[in-house]
Design a protein around this ligand. Structure first.
Ligand code: FAD
Length: 315
């Protein structure tokens, strides 16, 4: 049977969020001829948000989708080959690295930059989806500012939820923290910070039945799981902090990762444990998960890839 030689790529970028596009800008300007596969969500997570006010360079703020269009144009301007497609499997056991796109297109690559992000977990309520970006958010640091002086609710019981509740309490009038069980998973110190904060009211054994509001969040209908008593909390912001899932499944057999699946990089670099494979953005960042940190690490990944190729004499 005739076999076709897979297309060979010098620098393959998987993912098209701030990390992927920044890596593309640097790689293209270094003449690495980057090819980018955009994945299911071209432009990444910021395409589902409205105002972005904390990305440097936009003094009046910018809409998330517009900002990602700007990044795309900038990457394309220097010659990035931007393609539709999802990386469905990889083989990093030898060189060159092997990547399959959409379960059918085989590629080989000298360097691979993984910028696949981390997806927020949601409660799964239709109202949560409908009001996403109109009061419902998965990022207190990103959107808390819009609810200054207002009442908000946050769902979750881990360290991130506790940290975000405390962050919101610095901005908002009142924070209801909705906790499903009679205890929190958060560390003792984080719990103490929550319990000591007079602006935070913890609702134990409580689940969210519905988020109410026509065009924007007006209230959250919650139910006490023990008493079955239902009440409507008048809130304008509803934050979901029940965790993120890094989009790293296909890489995990080859790359070091933590128990949640975040890829591990050598501190101070974007290098993974496999030569020529780099990771940047939220897929390797449990801590910050911001567009600007993702962009910064995308720059690091491209520079590391360029230096790796130069050391091999390939560039
Ligand atoms: C609602 C919301 C509002 C936010 N607001 C702000 C804000 O105001 N300011 C701020 O700094 N941050 C904000 N953030 C956080 C910010 O969006 C993320 O930190 C940032 O987008 C991470 O960038 P990234 O490039 O690592 O990944 P992402 O933006 O998540 O992009 C990941 C990319 O990888 C692609 N991908 C995934 N799997 C594959 C695959 N197998 N093959 C090919 N491609 C793949 C996806 O299609 C996507 O293009 C917000 C997040 C959310 C959810």
């Amino acid at each position: 049977m005739a076999t076709t030689t897979p297309e060979h790529i010098k620098c393959l970028i998987i993912g098209s969020g701030p990390a992927g596009y920044t890596a593309a800008i640097y790689a293209a300007r270094a003449n690495l001829k980057p090819v980018m596969y955009q994945g299911l969500q071209p432009g990444g997570q910021l395409t589902i948000t409205n105002d972005v006010e904390n990305f440097p360079g936009y003094p009046d703020g910018i809409m998330g989708p517009e900002m990602m269009e700007d990044l795309k144009k900038q990457a394309a301007r220097f010659g990035t080959d931007i393609r539709y497609g999802i990386a469905t499997s990889v083989d990093f056991s030898g060189r060159p690295h092997r990547i399959t796109i959409d379960e059918s297109v085989e590629l080989t690559a000298d360097t691979v930059i993984i910028a696949t992000g981390a997806s927020a977990k949601w409660l799964g309520l239709p109202s949560e989806q409908r009001l996403n970006g109109s009061g419902v958010s998965a990022c207190a640091v990103c959107d808390g500012f819009f609810y200054r002086g207002k009442d908000v609710a946050i769902v979750g019981a881990g360290d991130t939820a506790a940290e975000e509740a405390t962050y919101l309490a610095n901005l908002c009038n009142k924070v209801y923290m909705i906790v499903r069980k009679g205890e929190m998973r958060a560390s003792k110190i984080m719990q103490k910070r929550v319990m000591d904060n007079p602006k935070i009211e913890v609702l134990w054994n409580t689940v969210t039945d519905e988020i109410l509001g026509e065009h924007a969040v007006e209230a959250a209908r919650v139910k006490n799981a023990l008493t079955h008593e239902t009440r409507d909390l008048a809130v304008e912001g509803f934050f979901v902090a029940i965790g993120h899932e890094p989009n790293s499944k296909i890489f995990q057999p080859y790359l070091h990762h933590d128990e949640q699946g975040y890829l591990k990089t050598i501190p101070g670099t974007a290098k993974t444990n496999v030569d020529g494979v780099f990771a940047c953005g939220d897929v390797q960042d449990y801590t910050y998960r911001q567009a600007v940190t993702a962009a910064g690490s995308g720059c690091m990944a491209a520079l590391d890839a360029e230096r790796y190729l130069a050391a091999l004499g390939d560039h």
